[in-house]
Design a protein around this ligand. Sequence first.
Ligand SMILES: *Cc1c(COP(=O)(O)O)cnc(C)c1O
Length: 461
Amino acid sequence: MNNEKTIPYKIYLNENEMPKQYYNLRADMKEKPAPLLNPSTLKPMTFEELRGVFCDELVKQELDDTTPYFDIPQEIQDFYKMYRPSPLVRAYCLEEKLQTPAKIYYKFEGNNTSGSHKLNSAIAQAYYAKKQGLKGVTTETGAGQWGTALSMACSYLGLDCDVYMVKVSYEQKPFRREVMRTYGANVTPSPSSTTEVGRRILAEHPGTTGSLGCAISEAVEAAVTREGYRYVLGSVLSQVVLHQSIIGLETKTAMDKFNIVPDIIIGCAGGGSNLGGLIAPFMGEKLRGERDYRFIAVEPASCPSLTRGKYAYDFCDTGKVCPLAKMYTLGSGFIPSANHAGGLRYHGMSSVLSELYDQGMMEARSYEQTEVFKAATQFARVEGILPAPESSHAIKAAVDEAMRCKETGEEKTILFGLTGTGYFDLKAYAQFNEGTMTDYVPGDEELAASFSTLPAVDERK
Ligand SMILES: *Cc1c(COP(=O)(O)O)cnc(C)c1O
């Protein structure tokens, strides 16, 4: 159908075409995302309040919604050269298989040892910590992608890296744990007896296998109670969306080289960092009224923050130690079912994306995991890459859009983010292959119960 292969299968950039600045999407938003609030005073968090937890430079980036571009320090640019530019692939084989007139492209971020886009922000966060003269950073990890990315970045720069890994993942994903330790990280199963909050949780719930919220609480405590340490986070925050703009900037440059203009841009959405990064320069054009695009966020039906959540101030963590963020949320106490897309099991969504969604600039949809794995398998068989379950949500939406084009005969250009590889998710693939995978969609009562725990914040300032 697309026999004329005038566009290469893979579009790369030369080193001198690589982005030298991050793009801050917030600068082009007329209505800005709501500020982070201090949970005790309900006033916007200040630089002074945040700098005890995060590195100074990252706090500046977090609070800045007017500066459009931030220089990427040369050291970070050099690190990027080890695994970037990531390829922009024309999915000729998938198009052929689907017999669709649509043109499909994907930006593949799984080409590094951490296996996902998370390394793009990990190196930036570790760099600013090092530059500030800190000894190390602490963080939590659930499925393990973020912890792995951060340990790679820290070992490169010679920083300590303390990772609190949700106990159930620590036990079930020993290989991820071993990659982190190989890169020199200290990996502690959470809850642990090394922190006060961990000891309290263990006393109240002996035998618990932990949760992301609990691991965050421990990681924050480990940062703020020790000299020379700060806490870092792999998604949700606006600084992370800023770093991930490297994905969209590379994509835009590569597409411009061949005069390709996407009609639809699709990404999976956990905390929103890869999607926010991929769409950033395109959304900037839309915000400035230069060009129109359709943007689609895809989430699991088991953790539907955009499609069924409330746009409200909420805690970023179950332990309620972090600032309040205004976002589409299911409530910080929401415990998603054991969905295999670990990286998408977060109760809230980036405040930047939440605001854009609320303004009607972006669409959202959700899929159940069995249909997502079906699309993943279909993709793996024709495009050769074994996709991460998270990324496969975007694949499913891209395939659906391509099939719609087949019905209507429209030759749309579809771009999606392929965030990572699924080699550590083979237990999930096994369940799918054996036909034992189940789908879980929370009921309205379950969500209502979770919404009832939202903090009361009067937004009339
Ligand atoms: C963490 C992760 C995601 C989701 O995180 P976002 O911040 O929403 O981008 C998606 N895909 C992979 C492979 C991940 O590791």
